[in-house]
Design a protein around this ligand. Structure first.
Ligand SMILES: Cc1cc2nc3c(=O)[nH]c(=O)nc-3n(C[C@H](O)[C@H](O)[C@H](O)COP(=O)(O)OP(=O)(O)OC[C@H]3O[C@@H](n4cnc5c(N)ncnc54)[C@H](O)[C@@H]3O)c2cc1C
Length: 383
């Protein structure tokens, strides 16, 4: 049996960032993933706020900006209706408020940076079981390998095996979104890498995104609250295809477009406040901890930042040789300090957005304040 201080399960943005930060802190560890990299992940491919902050902390920001697989924009327009939009932008002298890159490339970019000295990668075999013992947690992989770790980090996404086995948590459909996504090329996009983001109502609010990518490609997504989609019997594929075909501002942009991948669907969890994210000898990060933003769906950045916070907490646990539930619990408070306000505000905004006319009225009245406040949030959370 392999013995280690830390075993991270999952090497998406949250797991890879945990590993990168542990390596900065000179802590040897294992990181396992059922996939081998490069691997794809259904996503909108947008990177904002905490992704920038995390890349800076990890010392990868300059390499990220220099990489031609990622493109950048200094403006986000959210169209509430055809004649009302919210604009979020950085100062003209700064180049980016949002970046775009396919997850197959971004996640591989992070995995390639994992430390040869401190991180041992076990990719290509998923976790089969976890067993709690007095010495640590035994992680058994499907290929039969066993790893005994003093601490296990669950970075294994929305359907986290670690969370299910160690906390018994089952994701709540009321606290998650379902989105579908596909790649297109040849869509007539605005200049300067600007995205197309629209709030679309059909019995419930749905969010429509077209995010630009290199090589004249775009990522097109549509989705909303999972439980409401089920209750309203909405077929997201039919909905998005009709929207692209019929919306007066969107349809002309897709006139010559070609779909180059199939529609794929996946969940985005935001049940952080309702969920146990640490306990005896374990931490959860990223989607496994329900840390995505309910309104604008940032899950990559929050995942990365939670990994950084988690790695720092692991260093304290190892120093103090304390792996108890009580000692670990300050981790949740630290996550709440970093994300809590923004996550709660976003959930509130989503609740108001259910009422189309009221939401549009609120946006109209508060547009200036929201845009100014967003500017300070961007500054505080990204740099
Ligand atoms: C359609 C859609 C659009 C989105 N758009 C955006 C966006 O534009 N911007 C944004 O920031 N976020 C977006 N999100 C959310 C974002 O994709 C997630 O929040 C993010 O991927 C979370 O990262 P993670 O590392 O926690 O989990 P993941 O990226 O899901 O990584 C989990 C890893 O764990 C591995 N794993 C799973 N189970 C096991 C196991 N049993 N054993 C070993 N390994 C395992 C997987 O192979 C995977 O590599 C979107 C999500 C969807 C579905």
């Amino acid at each position: 049996m392999i013995k280690t201080d830390v075993c991270i399960v999952g090497s998406g943005p949250a797991g890879a960032s945990t590993s990168l930060m542990l390596s900065k802190l000179k802590i040897k560890h294992y990181i396992v993933d059922k996939a081998t990299f490069p691997r794809d992940k259904t996503c909108g491919d947008g990177l904002i706020l905490h992704a920038y902050k995390s890349l800076r902390i990890l010392g990868l920001f300059d390499a990220f900006v220099a990489n031609p697989k990622f493109i950048h924009s200094n403006k986000i327009n959210l169209h509430i209706k055809n004649n009302l939009k919210l604009q979020f932008k950085e100062k003209e002298d700064r180049n980016r408020v949002i970046s775009y890159g396919k997850r197959i490339d971004f996640d591989y970019f992070l995995v390639n940076e994992l430390s040869k000295e401190y991180a041992t990668c076990e990719f290509g075999s998923g976790v089969k079981s976890l067993e709690e013992t007095s010495e640590g947690i035994i992680v058994t992989l499907k290929n039969g390998k066993q790893i005994l770790a003093k601490i296990v980090v669950g970075a294994d996404g929305i359907q986290s095996t670690v969370s299910k086995k160690l906390t018994g948590f089952i994701p709540d459909k009321k606290k998650m979104s379902t989105f579908i996504s596909a790649y297109f090329n040849n869509v007539k996009m605005p200049l300067k890498n600007e995205a197309e983001i629209r709030l679309h109502y059909n019995k419930m609010p749905l969010f429509f995104y077209v995010f630009p990518l290199p090589n004249n490609e775009v990522n097109v997504t549509l989705g909303g609250n999972t439980q409401k989609i089920i209750d309203n019997n909405i077929n997201l594929k039919d909905e998005i295809e009709a929207f692209i075909k019929n919306h007066p501002k969107v349809a002309p942009k897709f006139m010559d477009a070609k779909q180059i991948s199939v529609w794929r669907g996946w969940g985005i969890p935001y049940h952080f406040s309702k969920q146990k994210v640490c306990g005896n000898r374990f931490f959860l990060v990223g989607d496994a901890a329900g840390l995505a933003n309910s309104f604008y769906k940032e899950g990559v950045g929050t995942g990365m930042m939670s990994g950084i916070i988690c790695a720092k907490k692991i260093a304290t646990c190892l120093n103090e040789k304390n792996f108890s539930d009580a000692f670990m619990s300050s981790y949740k408070k630290e996550l709440d300090k970093e994300f809590g306000k923004l996550l709660r505000f976003s959930e509130f905004a989503l609740k108001v957005a259910k009422f189309k006319a009221i939401f549009a009225g609120v946006v109209k009245i508060s547009k200036n304040i929201v845009e100014k406040r967003a500017f300070s949030i961007i500054r505080k959370r990204s740099y």
